[in-house]
Design a protein around this ligand. Structure first.
Ligand code: AHG
Ligand code: MN
Ligand code: MN
Length: 332
């Protein structure tokens, strides 16, 4: 183990990468402390009465879990006072959240999915927090338009995964590094530098129950995988689907694979299932920074010009050669 704490790592990164300003460093440190607090709440589970529904819906018409709301509140509370942000946006808030005027204002915008995979929370399966940092374009008062920047404009992206251990995975655009929470010390410790995704894989992740709704390129691709060594791919594939994007992406960053949440006839009207700004973009930046690829099936996700705060997109990401194949099938 490196013994390098997240704080020490950030100070070192700041020295070597001029894009990491003191404010950006502080943003990541305080996101990490919010994630520790979220991890504690999740860890108490039934003992603290935090499982189950909150009895409300978010703007996407999804029932909110108590922990969706708790995690969102923790992020807002931790982040609003430190003078680095101009505004925040979250899956769980209809509108953007401007930093109240009693607090000092900064230049950055923070976007997050406070609790990803929340359908898994009541059954004690890994969940996570996804975040993305943008810089606002000018000195005018922030509006939602400031948030509608392509993924290529992200200055930092990352997630925390609350699994058997709590880990935090980060990129500032110079590779992807992974930290593990030392619960005794209460510190994230650097445990892996420069994660790399193998270009080829034998593992795929897709919700097979949607099969009858898929478009034909997805049908063809999955059919070929299922034929295994007796089909055109001439090798057997294995399937994993955690249904927490964070956990599925973490597996792919760790050992490769392809993850797909394609658009289908059920989700065509809304554009897909996953959200562009606080799910697909940060995950795409991490995947690309680790040598993988990420597309909608047709175009690179990071190049999309967002139109709406809660916009949804189809997602195909992971091992480069598989993502390129799926994208080729769509464009043929
Ligand atoms: P969230 O819990 O933030 O709404 O996200 C859930 C997402 C994602 O984590 C996962 O990949 C997908 O929804 C699971 O969808 P299915 O239930 O259709 O498998
Ligand atoms: Mn999510
Ligand atoms: Mn969520």
């Amino acid at each position: 183990m490196s013994g390098i704490t997240l704080s020490r790592y950030l100070v070192e990164q700041q020295r070597n990468n001029p894009a990491i300003t003191p404010d950006l460093r502080l943003i990541v440190e305080s996101v990490a402390s919010a994630c520790k607090a979220i991890g504690v709440a999740i860890g108490k589970g039934e003992l603290a009465g935090v499982l189950g529904g909150a009895g409300s819906e978010n703007i996407q018409g999804e029932a909110q879990k108590k922990l969706d709301v708790i995690s969102n509140d923790i992020l807002i509370r931790t982040k609003q006072a430190n003078g680095t942000l101009a505004a925040m946006a979250s899956e769980e808030m209809d509108e953007i959240y401007l930093i109240p005027t009693e607090y000092p204002q900064g230049d950055y915008l923070l976007l997050f999915d406070p609790l990803d995979g929340s359908s898994n929370i009541d059954v004690n399966i890994s969940v996570g927090t996804i975040f993305s940092v943008l810089k606002k374009a000018d000195d005018n008062e922030v509006t939602v338009t400031d948030f509608l920047q392509p993924g290529t404009a992200q200055v930092c992206a990352g997630y925390a995964v609350y699994g058997p251990s709590t880990q935090m995975v980060l990129t500032f655009g110079q590779g992807v590094d992974c930290f593990t929470l030392d619960r005794e010390l209460g510190e994230f410790i650097l445990t892996q530098r420069q994660m790399r995704i193998p270009e080829d894989t034998k593992e795929f992740a897709i919700n097979m129950s949607n099969q009858r709704f898929w478009e034909s390129p997805v049908q063809r691709y999955i059919e070929e995988l299922l034929m295994g060594s007796t089909g055109p791919r001439e090798k057997d594939f294995n399937m994993r689907w955690v249904a927490s994007m964070v956990a599925d992406v973490h597996r792919i960053l760790t050992r490769g694979g392809v993850f797909m949440y394609p658009v289908d006839s059920k989700t065509r009207e809304q554009g897909g299932k996953l959200r562009l700004l606080y799910e697909a973009n940060p995950m795409s930046m991490l995947i690309e920074q680790a040598g993988g690829a990420s597309t909608t099936g047709r175009e690179r996700i990071m190049a999309l010009e967002p139109q709406k705060l809660h916009q949804r997109v189809p997602v195909v990401l992971g091992s480069k050669n598989e993502v390129e194949r799926v994208t080729r099938y769509h464009n043929e």
